[in-house]
Design a protein around this ligand. Structure first.
Ligand code: ATP
Ligand code: MG
Length: 161
């Protein structure tokens, strides 16, 4: 499995549809403070099924929905699509025949939410199962944010161990 593309609409600061391609083995996102780099990491966490608003740097889950700016109205829906290719071993189970799989998460301001795989509504459990053997999940150390690297470097030797 390999990340091919991440698409965001109405997610945090990404009010307009934003498509981020991951064409090479190493990709880096750079930009000035506050431009949305960490929001992209949050989008990865979220589409993988994160249930904790705090892990997404918010107070409630609806904080992921674009909240408006002085010249743009708030949005009613946040959506993130993660497109994966079957490189390096393919997909597990029923997804094995596919060359590409698209995972989608949506949240409406009303609180209603959807999880989809290849545009078909599915359960959160199905998304967990898709990533089960990859080591990639919202809880694994596959995603390590800014603050945690600092905490690791500055920790006492015993704590680090
Ligand atoms: P730094 O380099 O300081 O770490 P960054 O590029 O990681 O910055 P982010 O934390 O991703 O920046 O983005 C912060 C911006 O996202 C802030 O301007 C914040 O107002 C905006 N933002 C977060 N949630 C929402 C939301 N729901 N609606 C609109 N904007 C949002
Ligand atoms: Mg940041």
């Amino acid at each position: 499995m390999k990340v091919k593309r991440l698409e965001l609409v109405g997610f945090k600061s990404f009010m307009d549809k934003t498509v981020i391609e991951f064409p090479r083995t190493v990709s880096v996102i750079v930009g000035p403070n506050g431009c949305g780099k960490s929001n992209i990491v949050d989008a990865f966490r979220w589409v993988l099924g994160e249930q904790s608003a705090k892990q997404l740097r918010g107070d409630t889950m609806s904080d992921v929905i674009f909240n408006g700016t002085p010249d743009r109205k708030p949005m009613g829906l946040a959506e993130v699509n993660l497109v994966l290719t079957g490189d390096n071993g393919g997909f597990p189970g029923q997804w094995a025949p596919y060359a590409e799989v698209q995972v989608t998460r949506r949240l409406y301001r009303s609180g209603e939410s959807d999880y989809l795989i290849n545009k078909q509504v599915c359960r959160l459990k199905d998304i967990h199962q898709l990533f089960m053997d990859t080591g990639l999940s919202a809880k694994a150390y596959a995603i390590i944010e800014q603050g945690r690297i600092g905490a690791f470097i500055e920790a006492k030797a015993e704590d680090r161990r």
